[in-house]
Design a protein around this ligand. Structure first.
Ligand SMILES: *Cc1c(COP(=O)(O)O)cnc(C)c1O
Length: 381
């Protein structure tokens, strides 16, 4: 059979992530018509459980959640297209490659884009953010909750509060943390919060998820040229019928319903977040025990879903790629670091980084076993 060529690897990359068996099997549940009553059997509980994961009160009318065909980037681009008018400035706050992605999205969609960029591995300096908000008078600020290239978590509550104080609509990329750590949207008060299925939610890729506050919906009503698939108002009106704007992947919709029910009603949201914190601690402790390894992210800003690790002095990108192949032989997919970041670090003769993805449904036992195997391979670096 064709599939016999496919190797079963346990993924410890930063997305897509390892899938539980019940998630894999859920894609064999019945296909359905997306404008039929069967559709809501999947999307009604899925949307309700997404709200629970964001700690939103079921009756909180200020918030909506929608599902868009595509991925995290689709949801991010919908925010750029729908929330910033042509003449308005978008301030993109970046601490790495995914913050840069938001800047690119603003640029290629013809917005006036300004960037406040911090060094990779750093977090956002609030005084500099305040200065940039004053200097550029943006209409929209984008930021990254969890920077996947460096494993840095930003204080989005503080950032959104600052933006709101200047009358700026904050938009948050929560792609690699939602489902693995608290988003607390009612407290944080972003205008919109984007995520995707294939990271901490423990599902295959294929849907972007977007939480929309009423302030953002009101703003979108005043923005022209929102596109079609990127129009938050069109996406919202479908979501209010528990539907998607365009035909969804039915297999993924089945998996989404099954997995979100598991997360909210079986594992429990708090247990899930606690488990991710334990995975972070376990990884940090292990790094501390390894000679020559160091954590990239500063204390108190370390991600619960992934850890970036500085490799021993003198390690090359090629050596990390070789390490990846040796881990493959052990049945794992190792993450040799974010390509562009490592190319830059290597050119500057700084230590290169590898990453350990510990998001979704990875257990402490799985992670411990992985780290033990990695430790053996690291000896030959
Ligand atoms: C993965 C990722 C993205 C891109 O998401 P896609 O689903 O691949 O479009 C954006 N932002 C962050 C922080 C990510 O980790």
């Amino acid at each position: 059979m064709f599939g016999d060529d496919f190797t079963q690897l346990t993924l410890f990359i930063t997305g897509p992530t390892w899938l539980r068996d019940p998630v894999r099997q859920a894609c064999t549940l019945p296909e359905f018509g997306h404008r039929d009553a069967e559709n809501a059997k999947r999307f009604e509980p899925a949307l309700r459980n997404l709200r629970a994961l964001a700690n939103l009160d079921p009756d909180d009318k200020d918030w909506d959640v929608l599902i868009a065909n595509g991925s995290g980037t689709t949801a991010m681009e919908a925010c750029i297209r729908s929330l910033a008018a042509e003449s308005e400035t978008v301030l993109n706050v970046s601490v790495g490659a995914f913050g840069d992605l938001f800047h690119t999205l603003a640029q290629v969609n013809g917005k006036k884009a300004e960037q406040l960029r911090f060094e990779s591995g750093e977090t956002v300096d609030m005084a500099l953010l305040e200065y940039a908000l004053q200097e550029h008078s943006p209409a929209v600020m984008t930021c990254t909750h969890n920077e996947t290239s460096t494993g840095v978590v930003n204080d989005i509550e503080e950032m959104c509060r600052l933006a709101r104080r200047y009358g700026v609509l904050p938009v948050v990329d929560g792609v690699s943390i939602f489902g693995g750590g608290p988003a607390n949207l009612a407290g944080v008060q972003p205008g919109a919060y984007a995520t995707a299925t294939q990271k901490a939610l423990g599902l295959p890729a294929g849907f972007g998820v977007l939480f929309v506050h009423k302030s953002a919906e009101e703003k979108a009503q005043k923005v022209a040229n929102r596109g079609y698939g990127s129009d938050i108002l069109k996406l919202l009106s479908s979501a209010r019928k528990q539907q998607t704007l365009t035909t969804p992947n039915c297999a993924l919709a089945n998996q989404l319903a099954v997995q979100l029910d598991y997360i909210v009603n079986e594992e429990g949201v708090h247990n899930r977040f606690d488990r991710h914190e334990r995975l972070r601690s376990l990884t940090a402790e292990w790094v501390g025990q390894q000679k020559g390894l160091e954590l990239l992210a500063p204390a108190n800003h370390r991600s619960p879903t992934l850890t970036a690790v500085k490799a021993p002095e003198g390690t090359t990108v090629q050596q990390l790629k070789d390490l990846k192949e040796r881990m493959r032989a052990r049945g794992y997919l190792f993450d040799p670091g974010y390509g562009k970041l490592n190319a830059g670090l290597e050119a500057e003769h700084k230590p290169v980084c590898f990453r350990i993805g510990h998001m979704g449904d990875v257990t402490e036992e799985m992670l411990s076993e992985y780290l033990q195997q990695l430790e053996e391979e690291l000896k030959s670096l």
